[in-house]
Design a protein around this ligand. Sequence first.
Ligand code: FE2
Length: 386
Amino acid sequence: MSKEIKSVNYGLEKIFEGAEDFLPLLGIDYVEFYVGNAKQAAHFYKSAFGFQSYAYKGLETGSRDTVSYVLKQDKIKLVLTTPLHSGHHINEHLAKHGDGVKVVALWVDDARSAFEETVKRGAKPYMEPVVETDEFGEVVRSGIYTYGETVHLFVERKNYSGTFMPGFVSWETDYNPESTGLKFIDHMVGNVGWGEMNTWVKWYEDVMGFVNFLSFDDKQIHTEYSALMSKVMSNGNGRIKFPINEPAEGKKRSQIEEYLDFYEGPGVQHIAVATDDIISTVSKLRVRGVEFLSHPPEEYYRAVPGRLEEHSHELREDIEVLKSLGIMIDADEEGYLLQIFTKPVEDRPTLFFEIIQRMGAKGFGAGNFKALFESIEREQEKRGTL
Ligand code: FE2
């Protein structure tokens, strides 16, 4: 466990005591990916990750330009969108970035106020408030740009009782693979360019009212070859956490640089999803073909009891089982956490997923960074991008 992070201020409630939150966020509403073939991507997320069919729009529902499949697993909603003809503007996004996350949608009570308050504070508008209605009521959405071409949409659905939102129908299918136990999005990480981390930290502070509650510098996050810097931004109620990474100088090319090269700019690097039984979840994901980074070495697991210090007696899971699945373990002063990282889920080495189970710990696995990055570097080596 890294000693440096012991100064972390976990008392977010205290920071916000008395301060009015001008952007109350209820949670992450959905994450929308622009993909080359939404039908096939939907099949992958159902089969491999255990998402369920939820909502659909396409030619059959009168959508002539795009098709979208909405998948759900507990509180997580993914939207997969593909344009239906060459002239559509989404093609430019796909040609430049490949498949990836376009929208991180935030659930709010008032999408008009969210737009007004953030734009007033310097956000670049993406979508003026739009009201969509059907027989189930109305959904109001508005949106602003964040890093790169990524956007935050504000989704107000308090006057809506339908499945997803107007324009979509419930998507019912005969093929419904079982859930893998994924519950909600724990955090979503953005990669930004050289020297841009603090610009985006300030943006989240000024425009969204977030606070920086945890920082890691290149002295903490490095291997023999590469380094990065990261700051974790959190909203007022602590439900939304967006770490922001930038590359740092090292002997070789860091994974952040590799991402920026292949995504051709800043974007979402990974989505961390929470489970309350990581052994069951990861066992299922492995059987279904989800590819994880290579197992940490034997020495990593031998060092675990020493690294966990006072938390080693709290560990309920058998280290041998965790080792057999390649799950990593870290602790901070409030407890421990278990985590594992997939290989990129796109053809380009860009977006990947993290599976995380928190047993009291509120950190991000700083004690695992070295083992994790060495594992990523082994993959970079194979790709010729280290
Ligand atoms: Fe993470």
